[in-house]
Design a protein around this ligand. Structure first.
Ligand SMILES: Cc1cc2nc3c(=O)[nH]c(=O)nc-3n(C[C@H](O)[C@H](O)[C@H](O)COP(=O)(O)OP(=O)(O)OC[C@H]3O[C@@H](n4cnc5c(N)ncnc54)[C@H](O)[C@@H]3O)c2cc1C
Length: 374
């Protein structure tokens, strides 16, 4: 019996929702399957904001993908008539040899991205709430800011549905099995077949893709919002920032974008604890809040105030913190986004749609092949 679908996408979070959007826009008959509701808060794509930046300290190889992602963010905003990306400027601070400073500078120079180098005093003058230690330095770039994760997922799902995608929620995929001439996806509510399957399961990758033996670690990571005692006003015009202190620990944060009573968001980059996605501990302890507050006190002392809220989320991390994107036969896998994937969401959707429909992509994704991990 022939299948009504060309491609099935498993998991409609950040990456899966962008993938169904791109596939449907190309006229592909696509089925999207998600265990929870649209734009839910039980995976990795919630919390209101995600940093987006171009001078990429993780590796300059990501820059061309970012340049394409910016184009696609704008396109999605226009197509869906919603605000998804806001440019605020971005500041990457630390000791001169830190990954955050030196890596950002290297990427900016290699790709000729507009940027400025600021010393500690210049940072304090320009952004009075941000107080680096003497001797620290920063890369500042204008074309950085934040994107809205829940609104992005919702917009991509809406666009996909508008173009004819069949999207189903509240059913869990049990397994994905290749047969001679297609792929069979068994779920808690029926079995589906297609010519190709894209699997983008976020923190459920270690269980759903266990046969691949990928060395993935799921981490619990908390997002904190503090109420500055002097009000949020001084934080409204801040850039997004990543601040690295001696020892390598990084914190990052946002301007005041959640209204006068919404607090100002800040978090640790990495340094999470092991997590089970089906039993994520949603209680944030006083000790955790105190640790975050102590770190904020170094770089943004005027932000240290009462906690407004703290929301856990999950990273799915590879040993080298680079993504996994690969196609083998009839299955494409996109996972292991290692806590820095959201800014790439629309271009990952484009790449997965390329791989699913043509077997290849013009985007540079050599860094993401899973061969490197085995
Ligand atoms: C606290 C925090 C802060 C972050 N900050 C940034 C940032 O500032 N900038 C940035 O670029 N990135 C950031 N990230 C990383 C980024 O958000 C993630 O890389 C990205 O959201 C991952 O998207 P995903 O599609 O892989 O996972 P998800 O969005 O979680 O989607 C996976 C989906 O698959 C579904 N699923 C899984 N298994 C099944 C199954 N068996 N059947 C059906 N459905 C299934 C899940 O329910 C889920 O909806 C942050 C992440 C966290 C947690």
């Amino acid at each position: 019996m022939s299948s009504p679908y060309d491609v099935i996408v498993v998991g409609l979070g950040g990456m899966g929702s962008a993938t169904v959007r791109h596939l449907a826009a190309r006229g592909v008959r696509v089925l999207g399957l998600e265990q929870f509701t649209p734009a839910h808060d039980r995976g990795s794509s919630h919390g209101g904001s995600r940093v987006i930046r171009q001078s990429y300290f993780e590796d300059p190889a990501y820059v061309p993908l970012l340049l394409r992602a910016y184009e696609l963010w704008e396109e999605a905003e226009k197509d869906a008539s919603v605000d998804l990306l806001t440019l605020t400027g971005g500041l990457y601070l630390g000791p001169e040899r830190s990954t955050t400073f030196a890596g950002s500078l290297r990427a900016a120079q290699e790709w000729d991205l507009p940027h400025e180098v600021l010393d500690a005093r210049a940072v304090r003058e320009r952004f009075p709430t941000i107080t680096p230690a003497a001797g620290e330095v920063a890369v500042y770039e204008e074309r950085a800011g934040f994107v809205r994760p829940e609104a992005t997922v919702a917009a991509h799902l809406d666009l996909a549905a508008r173009d004819g995608a069949d999207l189903r929620f509240g059913l869990q995929v049990r397994d994905v099995v290749e047969t001679g001439d297609g792929v069979t996806v068994r779920t808690s509510d029926g079995t589906f077949t297609a010519g190709h399957v894209v699997v983008s399961p976020g923190a459920w990758a270690p269980s759903l893709l266990r046969d691949l033996g990928l060395p993935l670690r799921v981490e619990r990571q908390v997002q904190y919002w503090f109420a500055p005692p002097g009000g949020v006003e001084p934080f409204v015009d801040n850039p997004v920032y990543v601040s690295e202190q001696a020892g390598g620990a990084q914190i990052y944060g946002f301007p005041a974008i959640d209204g006068p009573r919404g607090g100002v968001k800040v978090a640790f980059f990495r340094r999470g604890t092991d997590a089970d996605p089906d039993a994520l501990d949603r209680v944030v302890t006083d000790a955790e809040v105190d640790e975050m507050r102590a770190r904020v006190a170094d770089t943004l002392p005027s932000l240290v105030g009462p906690l407004v809220k703290a929301v856990p989320c999950m990273y799915t991390t590879t040993p080298d913190e680079h993504f996994v994107i690969r196609r083998r036969d009839r299955v494409t896998v996109a996972c292991g986004f290692s806590g820095h994937g959201f800014k790439f969401v629309p271009v990952i959707g484009e790449i997965c749609a390329d791989l699913a429909t043509t077997g290849t992509t013009a985007h540079p994704i050599g860094l993401f092949d899973s061969e490197r991990l085995t």
